[in-house]
Design a binder for this molecule. Structure first.
Ligand code: HEC
Length: 171
């Protein structure tokens, strides 16, 4: 290779690099515009907010009923670590369900219900009781678990009285 061709080759490489960089710059600019577009229509972080996939009714009849029955069912002190672990899983499921319930599910009334001022205090009480059940299960503290179970019932009843009177007294 002569000095001239080496020089030309280097220039070509340089040109290719510039082209690559420009391509990247164009993509970056396009992305910035796209992101700015998203930001103007949605609050920050909205794109990552997971959307519920079930109606509140289904969440109540499945996850919330199963989990609360497990917690209320621990009338006698759990006898093994497996039993404590089942209560821990139930408390975790109830915590997650309460977080979905806070925003409402996909049912026709869910969004409306979740916007009512009374919804949050009942839901927060359910969340706090399930967090107490979680702490009790991790500490293997049966008295604390019974107390958490006692605290769990009033928010169920109170919220149903207000938002779904038909559910109250259904044992
Ligand atoms: C913040 C409000 C709220 C809390 C707290 C709540 N629920 Fe509900 N629940 C509802 C509403 C609203 C419905 C009716 C949903 C529908 O019909 O679309 C419902 C329905 C139900 C149903 C279905 C009954 C039926 O036939 O409609 C069950 C079972 C249920 N809840 C159990 C529970 C249990 C157990 C708890 C407490 C651990 C609880 N819920 C806590 C609001 C609540």
């Amino acid at each position: 290779m002569t000095a001239v061709t080496r020089c030309l080759a280097a220039r070509n490489r340089g040109a290719r690099n510039v082209a690559r960089k420009m391509g990247l710059a164009a993509i970056t600019a396009a992305l910035a515009i796209a992101l700015a577009g998203t930001a103007s229509t949605q609050p920050p972080g909205a794109a990552e907010t997971p959307r519920p996939t079930v109606p509140i009714k289904e969440l109540m009849e499945t996850t919330i009923t199963d989990a609360s029955n497990t917690i209320w069912g621990a009338y006698d002190p759990p006898a093994s670590s497996e039993q404590w672990a089942a209560i821990e899983r139930a408390a975790l499921a109830l915590i997650e369900a309460a977080k979905v319930n806070a925003v409402g599910g996909t049912g026709p009334m869910d969004g409306e219900w979740a916007k009512q001022p009374a919804w949050k205090p009942f839901n927060d009480a359910m969340l706090q009781a399930s967090e107490a059940a979680l702490a009790a299960s991790r500490a293997k503290d049966h008295d604390a678990l019974l107390a958490a179970g006692d605290a769990l019932y009033p928010p169920c009843e109170g919220c149903h009285k207000l938002f779904n009177p038909g559910v109250v007294n259904q044992e």
